[in-house]
Design a protein around this ligand. Structure first.
Ligand code: PBG
Ligand code: ZN
Length: 323
C-alpha cells in the first residue's frame, strides 16, 4: 500500500472542494501614482500597464476600480517641487492630499491608504532628513512623517502606511494622529521592508531614486529572516494595526514565519520589480498569464491576508468574470 494522493485530484470538482487557499478581490490593494498637472494618464515606462494619474482624471480610475471590484488603494505622490526636507509631502494642497479629497467625494466607500515617506519629496531622494555627513537622521525625521500622516488623515485617508523604515515611526504616527483627533485612522507598517533590487522600476514610477548611496542604512538586509520578526514585533508594540512584508515572492519564508508568529493582519507587497518581471514574461510569451495568479495564490498560501499588487485591477476583472 502506498499513498494515493491522485484520488483527490481526479476532477475539477474534487480539486475545488479541497483547495486550501482562496483569493478574493476584497483582499487586494491597488497602488496608485498621482502626479501634478492636468489630463494626464501616462504609462510608466518601466511598468507597462501602470499609469501616472493626474487628480482630474481619477474619476476614470475610480470607475475602473469599481468595475473590477477593487475597494482599496495605496496612494503615492509625484510632487510639484522637491526640497531638502521633503515639505511637499505634508502640504495640505499636495498632490496626494488633493487626490484623497477627490477620491473620497467620487467613491465614499473606497478604502484610501496613503504611503507615508519622504523619498518622493526630498531633493536627495532619501526617506528622511540628512545630517551634515549625508546620513539619514532617525529621530529628527519622525515629526515630519507624523505631519504627513496627519495631513493625509485630514484629507480623508482611512489608513496610513509608513514606508520609511525609521525606528519608532509607528509610535510617532499613532501619537500624532490621536493628538489630532484621528483615533479612527489605522496604521499599516511596512514592518519587514527589505533593501531589494526588486523595487527598481518604482524609481521610474515615483522619481525617488537616492541621489547618492542606497537605503541599506535603514531598510533590511535581505539575508535576514529572523530580524524581520523583531521588526514586526516592534511595529505591533508601537500600535500598528496591520503589518507588512515587502517584497513578497522572494520572501515567502518571511511571510510564512510572520503569519505563524503573530496574531495580526498581515499584508504582503508584490513590488514593482515582481510586477514588471511577470508582465514582461507574459507579454513576450515566455509565461502564460496564469503565472500571475499562481504568484498571488502562493503569497496567500504563505500566510498573507492582504496583497498589495499592481495586478489588482486585472485580477479583480478576472474574478468578476468581466474579462
Ligand atoms: C517609498 C516606497 C518604495 C516602495 C514603496 N514605498 C520605494 C523604496 O523604498 O525604494 C516600493 C514599491 C515598489 O517597488 O513597488 N519608501
Ligand atoms: Zn522612502
Amino acid at each position: 500500500m502506498f499513498y494515493r494522493g491522485r484520488r483527490l485530484r481526479k476532477n475539477e470538482t474534487v480539486r475545488r472542494m479541497l483547495r486550501e487557499t482562496a483569493l478574493t478581490a476584497d483582499e487586494l490593494i491597488l497602488p496608485v501614482f498621482v502626479v501634478e498637472g492636468e489630463n494626464i494618464k501616462r504609462e510608466i515606462p518601466s511598468m507597462k500597464g501602470v499609469y501616472h494619474w493626474s487628480v482630474d482624471r481619477l474619476d476614470e480610475l475610480a470607475d475602473e476600480m469599481a468595475a473590477a471590484g477593487i475597494g482599496a488603494c495605496l496612494l503615492f505622490g509625484i510632487p510639484a517641487y522637491k526640497d531638502e526636507q521633503g515639505s511637499a509631502a505634508w502640504d495640505e494642497n499636495g498632490v496626494v492630499q488633493r487626490a484623497m479629497r477627490r477620491l473620497r467625494r467620487l467613491a465614499p466607500e473606497l478604502y484610501i491608504i496613503g504611503d507615508v515617506c519622504l523619498c518622493e519629496y526630498t531633493s536627495h531622494g532619501h526617506c528622511g532628513l540628512l545630517d551634515g555627513c549625508g546620513c539619514v537622521m532617525n529621530d529628527a525625521t519622525l515629526p515630519l512623517l507624523a505631519q504627513v500622516a496627519v495631513s493625509y488623515a485630514r484629507a480623508g485617508a482611512d489608513m496610513v502606511a509608513p514606508s520609511d523604515m525609521m525606528d519608532g515611526h509607528i509610535a510617532a504616527l499613532r501619537a500624532a494622529l490621536d493628538e489630532a483627533g484621528h483615533t479612527g485612522v489605522a496604521i499599516m507598517g511596512y514592518s519587514a521592508k527589505f533593501a531589494s533590487s526588486l523595487d527598481w522600476p518604482f524609481r521610474d514610477a515615483a522619481g525617488s531614486a537616492p541621489a547618492f548611496g542606497d537605503r541599506r542604512g535603514y531598510q533590511m538586509d535581505y539575508a535576514n529572516g529572523r530580524e524581520a520578526l523583531r521588526e514586526v514585533q516592534a511595529d505591533l508594540d508601537e500600535g500598528a494595526d496591520v503589518v507588512m512584508v515587502k517584497p513578497a515572492m522572494a520572501y515567502l519564508d518571511v511571510i510564512h514565519e510572520v503569519s505563524r508568529t503573530f496574531n495580526a493582519p498581515l499584508a504582503a507587497y508584490q513590488v514593482s520589480g515582481e510586477y514588471s518581471m511577470l508582465k514582461a514574461a507574459v507579454e513576450q510569451g515566455i509565461l502564460r498569464s496564469e503565472a500571475i495568479w499562481e504568484s498571488l495564490l502562493a503569497i496567500k498560501r504563505a500566510g498573507a491576508k492582504l496583497i498589495i499588487t499592481y495586478f489588482a485591477l486585472d485580477i479583480g476583472r478576472m474574478l468578476n468574470g468581466a474579462d
